[in-house]
Design a protein around this ligand. Sequence first.
Ligand code: CA2
Length: 167
Amino acid sequence: MSEGGQASDGPATGGQGNRRVLVLNGPNLGRLGKREPAVYGTATYADLAELCRKAGQELGLDVDVRQTDYEGELIGWIHEACDNALPVVLNPAAFTHYSIAVMDAVKMRTAPLVEVHISNIAGREDFRHQSVITGSATGIIAGFGFQGYVLALRAIAAELARGDDAR
Ligand code: CA2
């Protein structure tokens, strides 16, 4: 679990258990707003968590926002989602580009999983062009800043409205 109480930034359970969504963020995203504003903006991780929770409220989703710098912890959270058929919004951060372990966990998903990137990874350095996650995700949203998380939550709400299987 990452320092600073950032592991879980939203309600763990609520009155709408079947509407729970995990928003999972990988390494260094807890530092948003502190470095590289030209790429990631000036808003903070707390701002991102608040935006996701607010979007969730508007969509009738019970959004649980978490961030970790540890691969094993992220994988554990993906397993939790698999075991409980929870939809996921996932920004794997640098794990995107090389973690076969995160990819294998995503392959086990039992509900929609949307990969999100704040920046447009296809327009950056060559090593960021490849995602080992996308092929196992429901879809990917990249390049729209924090708004990408809201778009991903909207996509999940639409998928839930279509049926509860792992699309
Ligand atoms: O664009 C994204 O959302 C990324 O997933 C962010 C990752 C990067 O490794 C991916 O290629 C694209 C990096 C997150 C690092 O976050 C920072 C936050 C503040 C200051 C510097 C980096």
